[in-house]
Design a protein. Structure first.
Ligand code: MG
Ligand code: ZN
Length: 182
């Protein structure tokens, strides 16, 4: 199976910093078109997102899951199916004890991607990741997945010094000019 792994904040929605409320979740306008194209070309879609806001107590895991529900329903309305949302609630310097660990899922570690590969028999050599931070790119490369950096979100901070295989204006640019041209 071929897959595209998506970072969330700064790729799918505007990164307003620790987004955890529906009213703050603003989809980038061309996300739907981009994901529809991937789906129509046989890619399964996954989200892999660091959510250390849970570990530092800015919001709860329940808040995150509620927002995820909303996001998935919006995608559904556009005919887009996200196979699974993987999230890392941890941070080694957190304030909520349960989540305050050094884990192997927080990007740039690749635990979330590794788990998806195993659970869904993903072929890394046919798969891609789209992220707005170098830590997204590094996580993908650890699992042998090609990675594109977008200039949306935090992306502009990293364009001068990235190991990404492609730099795109936004998610749709990456899909049309990198992933679907492979
Ligand atoms: Mg991001
Ligand atoms: Zn983690």
């Amino acid at each position: 199976m071929k897959a595209v792994f998506l970072d969330r904040d700064g790729v799918i929605n505007v990164d307003k910093g620790y987004v955890h409320k529906i009213e703050d979740f603003e989809f980038y306008p061309n996300v739907f078109e981009a994901l529809k194209k991937l789906q129509d070309n046989g890619f399964k879609l996954f989200i892999v997102t660091n959510q250390s806001g849970i570990a530092v107590g800015y919001y709860t895991e329940e808040d995150f899951l509620k927002l995820t529900d909303y996001m998935l329903k919006e995608f559904e309305k556009h005919g887009i199916k996200i196979e699974k949302v993987y999230y890392c609630p941890h941070h080694e310097n957190g304030t909520v004890e349960k989540y305050s660990i050094k884990c192997d899922c927080r990007k740039p570690e690749s635990g979330m991607i590794r788990q998806a590969i195993k659970e869904f028999s993903v072929d890394p050599s046919k798969s891609f990741l789209i992220g707005d931070k170098e830590n997204d790119i590094l996580a993908a490369h650890k699992e042998g997945i090609k990675a594109a950096l977008v200039k949306t979100g935090q992306g502009l901070k990293y364009i001068e010094n990235t190991t990404a295989d492609f730099i795109g204006e936004d998610i749709l640019d990456v899909v049309e000019n990198f992933i679907l041209k492979h």
